[in-house]
Design a protein around this ligand. Structure first.
Ligand SMILES: [Zn+2]
Length: 525
């Protein structure tokens, strides 16, 4: 039996906004006791030097399988990559450190570049003339490739545009490497060889290390279908040392309904926890399905899935004893989800049967309907969205809608199973899974450029911390995490400064100094 006592700490237990302790004991990887340091004076202990401790953090909406499926791509998000020049340099360095095949990147956002233009094949030919190069834009709906990639995909001036998409062209009609919309991107991306299973497992292991550096010990993977066998790949990574707890939510494809689960698939540290339906697009590119048309247009965005398919996914979830997660960003989509499910019987105990992902506009009345519904609803939402993608929201929301946008204070009062999360890598920001960035945005309600965004929805630091710990744990069946209490995992993060007392403008720069999972230190800065 391994017993460890930790003292001289400011321990946020995650049980409530005011739940603090100063010492805790772990036995064989499990918390055994939490209390006051005075009670254990004289015993041999690890002195935490007065530092602040949080329960191991939960990222309730992220995409590890997508990251594993595109493991070869180097991250090119702003603000780390802030110009066409930096994009080319980042890809060039990546090319030098990888083999002799495709050079891949993802995440650039030309709207934040001083050049104010899309990069083109001509730019990427400076990365390599012979090796194919492709980099996805941050929204993954468009991409840019170099001349070698166009050649390999067989695209030239005679190639017609695919349905609903475009190969952008120069004045002479030659494709210039810019691939607009999914079908055009796919025309090139389909010739990229898929990563091997070994590469996928290694990518998941690296992802676990990344998460540990953020203090994150558990994640929900909301669309774990981007690799062939997500459960198998993650469990293989677990066997090879992955300590992160992972809840998988494969996507629902009406054309190819999922097979029923083996009961064992829904147990353990790596488990299937639900099924995900993507019901609409996103506000930041004006594709969320909305009641009022977008400013200066008559466009209501996109509804992607019919009621019958949402209900078929719900039936599958009910039959398999797991959650239904619905990507519902637009206000019209959110209302449709409420109409479809509010009066139905929930099918799960302890966790919400229906998770709503993003839920951008939640009026007082909508929040009240969710709270009072017969169905058990939970929400995973993101303050990092308006922080990182303010420009997109400014174009998509009317001024009078902003007070209802990501209204965290209101949701905190009304919806118990509630979490903040990163949506990495779908968020256009390098380090989007930095929990402190998202806590800072929840507290300060300020975008990256300093613009205030609905100050009345601000929450306190302890409240924001609850949305990564004690409240996030109510959203999904990830067991053993979210609070520091006897019987739970000895998983916790030690911070380099006290996030509860630093000035507001320093919250985002607080760093995780150590991360422990199941009584073992897995990260030290
Ligand atoms: Zn997502």
């Amino acid at each position: 039996m391994t017993t460890q006592l930790f003292t001289n700490a400011k321990v946020f237990t995650g049980e409530s906004e005011t739940g603090f302790a100063s010492a805790f004991r772990t036995v064989d990887g499990t918390i055994d006791w939490v209390g006051a340091a005075e009670e254990v004076e004289g015993e041999t202990a690890v002195d935490l030097g007065g530092r602040t401790v949080l329960p191991g953090l939960i990222d309730s909406h992220t995409h590890p399988a997508l990251i594993a499926g595109t493991a070869a791509a180097v991250e090119c998000f702003p603000p780390a990559v802030a110009s066409v020049h930096e994009l080319v340099e980042t890809l060039r360095m990546h090319a030098a450190s990888t083999g002799d095949d495709w050079v891949l990147g993802r995440g650039f956002d030309e709207s934040k570049f001083p050049e104010r233009r899309m990069p083109t094949a001509e730019d990427l030919d400076r990365v390599s003339k012979d090796r194919p190069v492709l980099v996805w834009r941050c929204d993954a709906h468009s991409a840019v490739c170099n001349s070698a990639a166009l050649r390999m995909a067989g695209i030239d001036e005679r190639t017609p545009d695919p349905e609903g998409a475009r190969f952008e062209r120069d004045d002479a009609g030659r494709p210039n490497g810019v691939l607009t919309e999914i079908a055009a991107v796919a025309a090139v991306a389909s010739v990229i060889p898929a990563p091997s299973r070994e590469e996928q497992v290694l990518a998941v292991l690296r992802f676990g290390e990344d998460l540990a550096s953020r203090g994150i010990v558990a994640v929900c993977d909301l669309l774990s279908t981007r690799i062939d066998d997500p459960l198998g790949v993650f469990r293989e990574a677990e066997a090879r040392g992955l300590r992160t707890r992972v809840a998988l939510y494969p996507g629902w494809d009406p054309e190819q309904p999922l097979a029923d689960l083996d009961p064992l698939d829904t147990r353990g540290r790596i488990r299937v926890a639900g099924v995900k339906v993507v019901m609409d697009g996103a506000y930041s590119n004006r594709t969320a399905w909305v009641h009022e048309p977008y400013p200066d247009s008559c466009d209501h965005g996109l509804r992607l899935v019919e009621d019958e398919d949402v209900l078929a996914a719900a039936d599958w979830a009910r039959r398999n004893g797991v959650q239904l997660a619905v990507h519902a960003m637009g206000d019209r989509t959110l209302d449709r989800v409420i109409e479809l499910f509010a009066d139905r019987e929930p099918w799960l105990d302890g966790v919400p049967s229906v998770r709503i992902e993003h839920a951008t506009l939640v009026s007082e009345a909508r929040a009240e309907r969710l709270r009072a519904a017969r169905m058990s609803f939970g929400i995973a939402t993101h303050t990092v969205f308006f922080f990182a993608e303010y420009d997109g929201y400014e174009k998509a929301l009317r001024a009078e809608q902003v007070p209802d946008a990501y209204p965290i204070a209101r949701l905190y009062e009304q919806i118990e199973p509630l979490a903040l999360s990163s949506d990495r890598p779908a968020t256009a920001w390098s380090g989007a899974d930095d929990v402190m960035l998202s806590i800072a945005a929840a507290v300060r309600r300020t975008a990256y450029d300093g613009t205030e965004f609905g100050m009345e929805a601000a929450v306190t630091v302890p409240q924001a911390a609850m949305l990564y710990t004690g409240r996030a744990r109510l959203l999904s069946p990830l067991e053993g995490v979210g609070i520091l209490a006897p019987g739970l995992d000895a998983s916790f993060a030690v911070l380099d400064r006290d996030v509860f007392t630093v000035p507001e403008d320093e919250i985002a720069s607080v760093r995780v100094a150590e991360t422990w999972i199941g009584g073992q230190r897995v990260f030290i800065r």
